[in-house]
Design a protein around this ligand. Structure first.
Ligand code: MGD
Ligand code: MGD
Ligand code: MO
Length: 772
């Protein structure tokens, strides 16, 4: 037996695949990864499981009838397997029909999702190139991750929505200079398993440890204690979910009335502090936002709030916000307010202090400020200007022609006839899946590229089976990670599956633009070309090996990005005239004239406390007294590899675990390991109870990503047997500013499950019917 060892790159890290005579035997951590993710080894059993899509498949009703008539049967109909040739004919004919009858904007190619690591086989990159060359498509804007942040932050600190990543202190600077870190939403290491596009080595854990060893104190403001690692010895301040803005306002008020705030920085480097101060004091609205006021809203003690104000201003301090706090009703506010609080605290623009977002939500955030250029599948300009805010997909399908606000503009929701999804899982990621199901019945056609029969595949009309990342040649370069990692094909594609690129090439050929799409390169020629393009562009700064050497040695190092990065807060503090921020005023906008001019009732000219629609102090809490936190799963990436070994091992009697405080469990007769029903007016799901003091009373935690398993697909409100929180969440925009998703503003109740336990069928393929 001659085992071969081959390099693998995923969003959860780099690994070594052990292959024997073409068979994938196991996936091992790389020996040089100090904190490898256990998600990797669990990929092996999923590679050939029952859920793999093996052949192109077409929903029976769609194949036999007029497309539009039977959209309601999506999710219940049987599928008919067809040849590739037949599938390509069906999809290319339908694209042509929809474009000619309804225009190019009727094709929705937003296709939000994480897909897989790899510079060439990037699912959305391939889809967008294919659709743009074919006439264009309606796109989506912003992300489910950080829509509120992406829209509000450019108004407040200026620059590209993600530019803050290179402007905030890195972990090594924090270790060296910072004394106090206050982390709103915590610093969960479970999340730093992940880095978009991959990474060579996981570093966040050791960098956090170094901060602790250097004496940095951590405060975890979060409903969940385990949002910080035990070794950080963090002070845990359990906070009523969605009330971070009120906590920050209470701290800010305390700073102001005690004169602890950094007046010099606020005067020289910010605009609008006076107007904001009159809001804090209550001069504007009659409500003093003092520590007592904040304590009542947030559940954090008044003394604790006062003490935090003192410590934040007396020490070199860093205010961190994670992404979850803005994936909520009025999610723009905690982001904006965190910048304002940091500006007041005195450490903004000083080494290791000030403000930053997203630490530990991805491994590279706070590890390196950026990385140099790396080649990727070239984009083609989209001839269709229409777009929708990413989380407004159900609204668009349900209400075409409606006009909505978005960041100061008015958008008319387009009429979508054909949905093309490739590399994302809307039946995982969207809120209120029952509403999405109703919306999904409206378009003529849904085409999906998937490797597995997940819910999105089951709710499609045409499912084209794709090769996974293990089944194609590529190379990876993750976000901010200064490495290139080779991704040779380690096994043949399962069944008849093909790469996304191969599928689009066949479609482009049928539609008459194959050469424009492929530029006459084979897949391996593309991979080589993108690598060589990177090598040429970086030249002497990187001295990358030639492609064959790189492919043999599996990794290559890129030079570190050292800056200076535009919009730096250090430079701003030093000289705001010489180094203005890219905002209208050139300074931090505590008051934004621009946002104010939009006249929105749900986002004002300065950060403000707005009561969420669903929270523990809402009237609805009488009926649904628990706040649901549907955070990112520790055992997988979203829904990816829910069918992998690591995620399957985490289930309780086959269901997704839900964590509940022992006091809330006791009053409901719930015991550890019991199957429970989590429910509200929108839906219900089963889950397996874990009792833990790590979750504050009044809060339950059910991670995202369990493949939705509706008892009666297509029937609104039907029970989910498996534990997908998005049957419970509300499809409600953060505000008219960002129109972002607000998954974290949800009330539920939990009860023991009564009666016989239904089997989980989430991982079973749909019924396959013979062609008629
Ligand atoms: N309730 C709630 N909901 C949430 C969140 C939350 O906090 N709470 N978080 C939100 C966030 S932050 C995000 S980013 C989204 C994530 O939502 P998604 O990014 O949609 O979730 P994934 O499970 O990563 O979906 C990727 C899909 O692409 C498929 N895939 C992988 N590689 C390829 C490929 O090469 N080609 C093709 N064709 N397919 C491929 C995978 O099998 C998988 O089905 O979820 C959001 N939803
Ligand atoms: N293992 C793993 N890691 C991941 C992902 C994954 O799917 N799996 N997804 C990746 C992606 S796409 C993203 S965008 C990032 C997301 O990064 P985040 O959005 O930061 O991650 P979450 O796990 O949703 O939330 C982290 C914690 O925020 C806390 N929280 C929730 N609501 C509130 C609130 O109102 N106030 C306060 N103070 N705290 C609150 C919760 O206790 C939760 O555990 O994670 C990335 N990392
Ligand atoms: Mo995300």
């Amino acid at each position: 037996m001659v085992e071969q060892r081959m390099s693998v790159a995923t969003h959860w890290g780099s690994f070594v695949a052990v292959v024997d005579a073409g068979r994938l035997v196991r996936i091992e951590p790389r020996p040089d990864d100090p904190a490898p993710s256990p998600i990797g080894p669990g990929m092996v059993t999923a590679a050939d499981d029952n859920a793999r899509v093996l052949r192109p498949a077409v929903r029976k009703g769609w194949l036999n009838g007029e497309p539009r008539i039977d959209g309601t049967a999506r999710g219940t109909d049987a599928f008919v397997e067809v040849s590739w040739d037949h599938a390509i004919t069906l999809v290319s004919d339908e694209l042509r029909r929809v474009r000619s009858q309804h225009g190019d904007s009727a094709v929705f190619g937003g296709s939000y999702g994480w897909a897989s690591a790899g510079r060439f086989h990037h699912a959305q990159g391939q889809l967008h190139r294919f659709l743009a060359l074919g006439g264009g498509y309606t796109n989506s804007r912003n992300t489910y991750s950080t829509a509120a942040l992406e829209v509000v932050l450019p108004h407040v600190i200026g620059g590209h929505p993600w530019s803050y990543q290179s402007r905030m202190p890195m972990w090594d600077e924090i270790a060296e200079n910072c004394e106090l870190v206050v982390a709103f939403g915590g610093l969960a290491l479970k999340n730093s398993q992940i880095n978009p596009g991959g990474l060579a080595r996981h570093q966040t854990r050791d960098l956090q440890r170094r901060c602790r060893e250097a004496g940095v104190r951590f405060v975890n403001v979060s409903p969940i204690r385990s949002d910080t690692a035990g070794f950080l010895d963090a002070e845990w301040l359990p906070v009523v979910p969605n009330t971070d803005t009120a906590a920050m306002l209470g701290i800010a008020h305390t700073m102001l009335v005690n004169g602890w705030h950094d007046e010099d920085f606020l005067r020289r480097c910010c605009v609008g502090f006076d107007r904001f101060a009159s809001y804090l004091t209550g001069e504007l609205d009659g409500v003093r936002k003092d520590a007592a006021w904040a304590a009542k809203i947030t559940g954090i003690g008044q003394d604790v709030i006062t003490d935090l104000a003192r410590r934040l201003t007396a020490q070199r301090s860093l205010i961190m916000v994670n992404y979850a706090v803005q994936r909520a009703d009025h999610g723009e506010q905690p982001i904006w307010m965190s910048v304002v609080l940091a500006a007041m605290a005195g450490s903004m623009g000083r080494p290791g202090g000030g403000w930053g977002a997203g630490y530990a939500t991805m491994d590279a955030t706070g590890v390196a400020p950026d990385r140099p250029f790396v080649g990727t599948i070239p984009a083609v300009a989209n001839p269709v200007p229409d777009f929708i805010p990413v989380a407004r997909i159900a609204d668009t399908l349900l209400h075409p022609g409606e006009v909505i606000d978005y960041d100061g503009s008015r958008l008319t929701l387009p009429e979508l006839r054909l949905i093309y999804w490739c590399g994302g899982n809307p039946f995982h990621h969207h809120q209120d899946l029952h509403r999405l199901t109703r919306a999904w019945q409206i378009p003529d056609t849904v085409v999906v590229h998937e490797a597995w029969w997940n819910t999105t595949a089951k709710f499609a009309d045409v499912v084209l089976p794709v090769a996974t990342t293990l089944e194609r040649d590529d190379f990876a370069a993750g976000f901010s990670d200064p490495h290139l990692v080779a991704m040779p094909k380690v096994r043949e594609p399962a069944g008849e599956s093909r790469t996304d690129h191969h599928i689009f090439t066949a479609l482009a050929s049928r539609l008459g633009y194959e050469e424009e799409f492929t530029e006459s390169r084979s897949e391996m020629e593309w991979v080589r070309h993108l690598y060589e393009q990177t090598r040429a562009q970086l030249g002497d700064t990187a001295a990358l090996p030639d492609f064959d050497d790189f492919w043999r040695s599996s990794t290559a190092a890129l030079p570190p990005s050292t800056g200076p990065f535009p919009g730096s807060f250090e430079a701003l503090r030093a000289d705001p005239r010489q180094f203005p921020l890219p905002t209208p005023s050139g300074r931090i906008e505590i008051f934004s004239e621009e946002i104010d001019s939009f006249g929105y009732d749900d986002c004002a000219g300065h950060p403000k406390w707005f009561e969420p629609v669903e929270w523990l102090r809402a009237e609805l809490a009488d009926r649904f007294p628990l706040h649901l936190i549907s955070n990112q799963p520790a055992s997988r990436l979203h829904s990816q590899y829910d069918n992998g070994g690591h995620s399957l091992a985490s289930k309780i009697r086959g269901r997704e675990p839900v964590t509940i405080n022992p006091s809330d469990a006791a009053s409901r007769g719930i015991e550890d390991g019991m199957v429970v029903r989590v429910h509200n007016d929108r839906g219900s799901c089963l889950a397996g109870a874990i009792l833990s003091d790590d979750v504050m009373p009044g809060v339950v935690q059910l991670s995202t990503g369990a493949w939705w398993d509706p008892v009666q697909p297509g029937l609104s409100g039907t029970l989910d047997r498996h534990g997908n929180p998005n049957v419970l969440t509300a499809d409600r925009p953060c505000s008219r500013l960002s129109q972002g998703p607000s998954a974290h503003s949800v009330l539920v109740d939990v009860e023991p499950h009564d009666g016989p336990l239904p089997d989980v069928l989430a991982f079973a393929p749909p019924r396959l019917a013979p062609p008629s």
